[in-house]
Ligand binder design. Structure first.
Ligand SMILES: Cc1cc2nc3c(=O)[nH]c(=O)nc-3n(C[C@H](O)[C@H](O)[C@H](O)COP(=O)(O)OP(=O)(O)OC[C@H]3O[C@@H](n4cnc5c(N)ncnc54)[C@H](O)[C@@H]3O)c2cc1C
Ligand code: SF4
Length: 506
């Protein structure tokens, strides 16, 4: 018999160890680890997503004739592995290489302690092999997604000029300039798909309610895709209804609108229910076969996210993760703001994004980067504490994607190892990209006074505290100079207000 251990982010039998497995001679071990959910104090929708997807995957395998040793709400991986090896003494478990660093070592130890062993097999859930990234990264101290992306897009041949396959379709690699629009007031957004829980999922929701009563978030309604069929339906729905306007409104925020034209595909992708190749191919096909319905800027913008950012951050974590995890170049040590946990704030933008997070454990990229991340950075929040907050709250949060996105991209903890400048902005940016400020008691343009926008105060205080570091920075030096030109009374008022904001957001 073969014994295959399948983790909650490896839910595929089309790729990896189960692709060529004979159900008659394969035992599959799957574990719902209560310990893991408790250790991160995960949002209840995240617990339901992982338990539900694992349970449905296990049931599907069993219906195809596999022998499945599924551990429903098990204490921990170690206890489930020990139990498995009591039934099959001395077995060697096969495992697809986990995306998260350190997991294989912990599971090997658990298997050996229980008298068995563990063999790690390649992980085919990536688009860019290790050696391709390593060839890009070798000899470079600072990595840039754009250069990596151009290489790998040309390598794959997606959206390339048919006359000259070394050149991008349309003559430019990056159409971001076309992708910074804000939807006019009254725009109607296509409703995102929601998958009503079946009987199995209803049991999962009951288990989660019983086991994690004090975890953050609201459990019901729950509508995330938790099976392969639902994941494929979510992909089709995106290509049919939201891809055409994905690009132009990629960076926009609209009060009360949770999804806009985003795909929400990070959820099934990160579970392994979808392969990134089939996702990109569906989008490229949607572009070529869409009779002009899908603009190049939307297709390119999406391919850049998955083939560019998603693959790039995976390899950044694989190679620099341990250093990144410990980094704190800006020496930030403030606690995560209380309002991030409670949602109690009068700041319209933050309150709205928090509500979305509370309801479904998800925000789109700009809310993560330019609201929560930006505010935390300007207030000087400890980046490791912020990573733990993000990991707990987001249904698609896994270490490999959290560490580079929060520590690197959002908090600049590695001093710009792969971003060209810190992602900081004042309220003016949020005012430009959203309708939030119209409904807010604060003034986006003001940095002093009772109605000063906390983002604007935080932004200038950040410039003040880090002026020595950024005075020669090509993209920050001018801002530092303009700050230094302000009257001292104004600068000290900003410092004083920022100290108050660190003690509590209004
Ligand atoms: C502070 C911060 C925390 C984040 N945490 C996570 C996380 O826990 N899990 C996660 O999957 N993504 C994370 N991201 C990246 C990105 O915000 C999400 O992937 C995206 O918002 C998911 O929504 P979507 O599927 O609708 O994305 P879309 O806007 O539809 O984009 C399409 C896909 O591109 C990929 N993608 C885009 N940007 C990134 C990126 N920077 N890193 C990795 N993949 C990317 C995702 O797979 C996403 O599904 C984070 C970004 C920031 C700034
Ligand atoms: S004024 Fe400031 S706090 Fe209020 S919505 Fe605008 S950016 Fe957010």
């Amino acid at each position: 018999m073969r014994h295959v251990l399948v983790l909650g982010d490896q839910l595929t039998s089309d790729h990896g160890p189960l692709a060529d497995a004979d159900p008659a001679t394969t035992v599959v071990l799957t574990v719902e680890s209560v310990e893991l959910i408790r250790a991160t104090r995960a949002h209840v929708q995240k617990a339901a997503l992982f338990f539900g997807a694992l349970r449905r995957f296990s049931r599907d395998l069993a219906s195809r004739g596999f022998r499945v040793d599924h551990h429903r709400t098990a204490d921990s991986f170690a206890s489930a592995i020990a139990e498995h090896l009591r039934r099959w003494p001395g077995a060697t478990l096969e495992l697809m290489r986990p995306a998260d660093r350190g997991v294989a070592a912990g599971l090997t130890l658990a298997a050996r302690r229980a008298g068995g062993d563990l063999r790690v097999l390649p992980n085919p859930l990536r688009l860019v092999p290790d050696e391709v990234f390593d060839a890009y990264a070798r000899g470079r101290e600072r990595w840039r997604m754009e250069a990596f992306y151009r290489r790998v897009r040309a390598r794959e041949g997606w959206l390339m000029d048919p006359e000259d396959p070394t050149k991008p379709l349309g003559g430019v690699w990056n159409l971001d300039r076309e992708n910074r629009r804000v939807p006019p007031a009254g725009t109607r957004f296509p409703p995102p798909p929601s998958f009503a829980p079946d009987e199995l999922m209803r049991e999962v929701l009951d288990d989660v309610e019983r086991l994690f009563p004090d975890h953050p978030g609201r459990l019901r309604p729950f509508g995330w895709p938790t099976s392969r069929a639902e994941a494929l339906a979510a992909l089709d729905d995106f290509v049919d209804h939201r891809l055409p306007a994905f690009g132009p409104y990629e960076d926009a925020m609209v009060g009360g609108e949770r999804v806009l034209h985003h795909s929400q595909l990070s959820v099934p992708l990160n579970l392994g229910l979808l392969h990134p190749r089939e996702v990109v191919e569906a989008v490229v096909r949607g572009f070529h076969e869409g009779d002009g319905r899908v603009p190049l800027a939307s297709a390119e913008g999406f391919v850049r996210q998955v083939l560019g950012w998603r693959e790039f951050v995976y390899h950044v974590d694989r190679t620099r993760g341990p250093a990144l995890e410990a980094a704190n170049a800006l020496e930030h040590d403030a606690p995560v703001p209380d309002a991030f946990w409670t949602g109690r704030t009068r700041m319209a933008c933050l309150a709205d994004a928090w509500q979305g997070l509370h309801e479904r454990g998800w925000n789109h990229h700009i809310e993560r980067l330019m609201l929560f991340g930006n505010l935390a950075l300007t207030l000087g929040t400890d980046p490791r504490a912020l990573t733990a907050w993000f990991t707990a709250h987001y249904v698609d949060a896994l270490d490999w994607v959290m560490v580079p996105n929060v520590m690197g991209m959002s908090q600049y903890a590695d001093d710009g190892g792969f971003t060209s400048k810190p992602y900081v902005s004042g309220g003016a940016y949020i005012d430009r990209m959203s309708d939030h400020c119209r409904h807010c008691p604060f003034e986006p343009g003001r940095r002093t006074g009772a109605d000063a926008c906390p983002f604007t105060v935080g932004y200038w205080d950040f410039v003040d505290r880090h002026q020595a570091r950024f005075e020669r920075h090509p993209r920050m030096a001018m801002i530092v100079r303009s700050w230094r030109a302000r009257p001292e009374a104004e600068r000290s008022a900003v410092r004083a207000r920022a100290a108050e904001l660190r003690a509590g957001l209004p």
